[in-house]
Design a protein around this ligand. Structure first.
Ligand code: PGA
Length: 229
């Protein structure tokens, strides 16, 4: 199982270091066999002595150059970062990253050999139109994406479940994951209000290979309790 923590715009450099030290201790002491990832904000990236994979939440598709406010591969290389999140709904919705831009980013980081956690998810008005509309919407988010890429992990995150405390139901996750697996046979994470209280039922669902966790990952105790569950 894959357990990934997305800090978003939370935690400082020092808090992130303390978090990773504490989580590493728990993972090592607990002889944890799960694949654990942490995505801190860019300012907190560093080299860490840990079996946990530390990845970037975002980067610009360039090695370096004149892209004010962005970081590129040169800045990730400094810390040996080889994993990146692409297509998160907050970047699509709040930062207005369109599918073309997302696909260009994907192609670039694929060329660079990065492991990519590629996020897809539908808004509530599409969910309310039923399963067919949901699948059409989700499959459109694979436009321009090489779904055969060997270092690809998919994260299905319904937008209406992100940060709302309201996770998708077991039935919704089960049917969406089953349909997605038929189109893209890659490890498939669920994200959207995954938390200690619902983690057992989520990871027991067929075709769920792990979770991408926001809010409930911010405290080490909370995130580790999900891994240990
Ligand atoms: P959440 O966020 O766990 O706070 O719903 C998940 C995500 O956006 O990755």
């Amino acid at each position: 199982m894959i357990f990934a923590a997305n800090f978003k715009t939370n935690h400082t450099r020092s808090v992130t270091r303390a978090y990773l030290e504490a989580l590493t201790q728990k993972v090592v002491d607990g002889e944890c066999k799960e694949d654990v990832y942490v995505f801190p904000p860019a300012t907190a990236l560093d080299r860490f002595e840990t079996p946990i994979t530390v990845g970037a939440q975002n980067a610009y598709p360039a090695h370096n150059g004149a892209y004010t406010g962005e970081i590129g591969v040169e800045q990730l290389d400094e810390f040996g970062i080889r994993t990146i999140l692409i297509g998160h709904s907050e970047r699509r919705e709040i930062l207005h990253e369109g599918q073309e831009e997302v696909a260009a980013k994907f192609s670039f980081f694929k060329e660079q050999g990065f492991e990519i956690i590629y996020c897809i998810g539908e808004p509530l008005e599409i969910r309310e139109q039923g399963d067919k509309a949901v699948m059409e919407y989700l499959l459109a988010q694979f436009e321009g994406i090489d779904t055969t890429y060997d270092k690809l992990i998919i994260a299905y995150e319904p937008i209406w479940a992100i940060g709302t405390g309201r996770s998708a139901t077991v039935a919704e996750i089960a049917s969406t994951h089953q349909s997605l697996k038929q189109s893209v046979n890659k490890p498939l994470l669920y994200g959207g209000s995954a938390k200690p209280a619902n983690i057992k039922e989520i990871i027991a669902i067929e075709n769920v290979d792990g979770v991408l966790v926001g809010s409930a990952s911010l405290e080490v105790e909370s995130f580790y309790s999900m891994i240990a569950a």
